[in-house]
Ligand binder design. Structure first.
Ligand code: WQD
Length: 336
């Protein structure tokens, strides 16, 4: 029985592929390389010394997707095939709703046709909008998303809720990621945002390497300990292990719709990040204080207790590991 990873060549998909292969699981990856490339697949094989089946297809292409289900015994699906750039989603809302929401519907409908009903979905802390309070538990109010990307995540969560209500033979797990950073320790795979990055860690590493001149710290007048924005950064390897644990829960217990926050439970400010990065890597990060970025909130971090109690999962890597591994990856990229 195989696990299908849609978007499995992407940042979080590829790291999860490694964790599953290391556990001796059989996987099938589909990806259209819209935000990844073939090299990632070779590197997954290099790191794990294991092989897997791959199809270069768009997950919205129902005919091709059915072929994957015909040719393999797919028992569960982890859906990583989403567009994820907040700014781009504002410019291209139709593309985002079509790829993320319509894509998820096509995927779920195809799964139903093949009686495959174990589904893990990559959601985001963004569904909490501006949180009522921190740390955020899974029972916190959702809604008030401020961009199409976040709204697609919320819509798919709703679709999954309704699907489960209509047919409780589905086993569904929604994972709400906080701020994934870092890379596999090999430095062979990692995140490669196209163009100038929007997210903090990819920006910091490019300033440290000299590719970008200076980091703008967006606001130092928030109600946080040092005035800069606070987030829950989580190492991508910890996050990937969270998927393995979620799958094991569905396989053992099943028949339910579960929602988990995947975060460390600790919030760090932008300046904490800059200083920890400098300490962990010995590199200087040139920065200036700039105005707040529209749409940003002061603080967002998880209460990860539910994942600990029900999945037996806790994030183990610290901020230094995240900084070191992000730095290690950008150096291998720049050596290419
Ligand atoms: C973190 C902090 C910024 C860049 C976004 C999405 C979310 C999820 C993760 C997933 C904030 C500050 C940033 C910079 C800065 N998306 N910052 N200078 O906004 O928490 O979450 O990414 O795929 O849905 O909204 O992450 O990394 O952009 O920002 O000062 O150049 O760093 O203001 O406080 P964010 P981020």
């Amino acid at each position: 029985m195989a696990i299908l990873l849609t978007g499995g060549a992407g940042y979080i998909g590829s790291h999860t592929a490694i964790e599953l292969l290391n556990k001796g699981r059989e996987i099938v990856i589909i990806d259209d390389f819209s935000n990844s490339n073939e090299k990632v697949l070779e590197n997954i094989k290099k790191i794990t010394n294991k092989d897997f089946k791959f199809y270069q297809i768009d997950y919205k292409d129902r005919e091709q997707l059915e072929k994957v289900f015909e040719e393999n015994k797919i028992d569960s699906v982890i859906n990583f095939a989403g567009f994820k750039a907040v700014g781009e989603s504002v410019q291209k809302p139709l593309e985002y709703y079509f790829n993320n929401v319509s894509g998820a519907i096509i995927l779920l409908d195809t799964m139903r046709k093949y009686d495959c009903k174990k589904f893990i979905f990559s959601s985001s802390a963004t569904v909490y909008g501006n949180p009522e309070r921190v740390p955020i538990t899974e029972n916190s109010r959702v809604g008030g998303t401020t961009n199409p990307y976040g709204t697609t995540k919320l819509m798919i969560e709703k679709i999954l809720e309704d699907l489960y209500k209509s047919d409780n033979t589905w086993d569904i797990c929604v994972l709400r990621y906080f701020n994934p950073v870092g890379s596999h320790e090999s430095g062979l795979i990692g995140e490669e945002p196209k163009g100038i990055p929007n997210n903090l860690m990819p920006y910091i590493v490019r300033v440290a390497s000299g590719e970008l001149e200076q980091l703008s710290v967006f606001g130092n007048d928030y109600e946080t300990p040092d005035g800069t924005g606070v987030r829950d950064y989580i190492h991508v390897v910890d996050l990937s292990i969270g998927h393995v644990k979620a799958l094991e829960k569905l396989e053992k217990e099943g028949q339910g719709l579960y929602i988990y926050n995947l975060g460390t439970g600790t919030g760090y400010s932008v300046l904490d990040m800059v200083h920890t990065f400098e300490k962990a890597t010995g590199q200087k990060v040139n920065y200036k204080i700039a105005p707040r970025r529209p749409g940003d909130i002061a603080a967002c971090y998880a209460d990860p207790t539910k994942a600990k109690e029900e999945l037996g999962w806790v994030a183990e890597k610290n901020l230094e590991d995240m900084c070191k591994d992000s730095w290690n990856y950008i150096q291998t990229v720049q050596r290419r």
